[in-house]
Design a binder for this molecule. Sequence first.
Ligand SMILES: C[S@@+](CC[C@H](N)C(=O)[O-])C[C@H]1O[C@@H](n2cnc3c(N)ncnc32)[C@H](O)[C@@H]1O
Length: 424
Amino acid sequence: MEDFLRKGFYHSIPLPDGRVLEGILPLDVLNERVSEFPIPASLAGKRVLDIGTWDGFFAFEMERRGAGVVAIDSTEVENFYVARQLLGSHVEYHVQDVYDLSIPRNGVFDIVFFMGVLYHLKHPLLALERVCEVTRELAIVESFVTNESLNDEVPTLQFYETSELLGQIDNWCGPNIQCLLAFCRTAGFARPQLLRVNRQRALVACYRHWLPEPEHPSAPPPNLLATTHSGNYGINVSPKTDDFLTAFFKSGEESLTRENVFPQVGGFGVAPVAVINTGADGWQASFRIPPGLSAGWHDVHLRTANSRFSQPTRIAIDMPAQTDSLSITGACDAKSWRPGEVAASDDAFLCIWVKGLPVNADRGNIRVFLGGKKLAVHQVSPRDDSGEPRQVNAKLPADFPAGRYDLVAALGETRSEAVSVRVV
Ligand SMILES: C[S@@+](CC[C@H](N)C(=O)[O-])C[C@H]1O[C@@H](n2cnc3c(N)ncnc32)[C@H](O)[C@@H]1O
């Protein structure tokens, strides 16, 4: 601390005339850290963000390499202004908390530095999600960790209520290396790569994309049949509610796992949380929605370590499903096709034709009521822009009493007129 007060700066900063603003961290130590980053010598045309910039050494170094740089810190540090002026730098500086990062406020960055900040945070995973949201290519994450190697099997996070870590009250948590990597994946980075661990400091390169497809694939691309919301099997999902996606695919490959199945949503890779064989060549993979995608339709592709990407399926992110009017143009028994009636059995379905559904109507947002009782929707015919009625299949419970009932379709606040259906 005395050293810090005497020197004033934490980072040493090299000046254009050859002098150095001496800080606690010597220049050779800082330069060695920079040499560990998997980034090119020239960053011309790149946009870089440095979070928790402090005196700004890394921000100024990235500017020297040609990048347009934004630096943020939750604490306003006078030294940053001193150094910026002496350097004639144009680094944009904001007193801003990492939690407040967003695309509308900050835009997006090719490379993001998030170094020496994570363990100072009460909500480390939330912060990493914000970091991921604004990152397009690579985030360099550096943190204190509680172990030195990957020998621990279980990801753990120590929590410091008071000054347990180094006697300081601004240290909140200490992940082990496994936990840090799991956090980076959970926040939305496809590929966190541990670069080094040294004296309980881990450096991780977090990539948002998978490696390029193999030039000579040894397996054909998976046949991607559908991608749906994991819970309701619809096509509408939202990152706000932490929805999971499940991709259903066929592949002749035999040992598919979380390590060799690579989903991609809206152009970003995302690490699967489960890969399951459903029998023979049937597979399903579940994964989160990567942060930073705009509201609208997005393609989902999937490949294996040995293959190229599959054909796409489409999902709707944060798209409101609404319509002004709905009408039922027909209803019949799914087996007999008898109009206006359905025969109750263990396996009875009503086929209903509904006009007025929006393009993103799905199993999760269409509701069907028979005699006021909600029926489970199992299928909705694929979206089509013709405006023709779409087929909705709803399951009739086996014990539904015979009789005549009102059938109503609804979506959001909009309900159709009732049509009469006889249960026999
Ligand atoms: C240990 S220093 C790291 C400085 C530099 N990034 C490095 O690696 O040398 C931590 C910096 O993070 C900043 N910081 C702490 N909490 C923050 C938060 N919630 N949002 C943004 N910056 C934060 C501190 O003010 C401080 O400048």
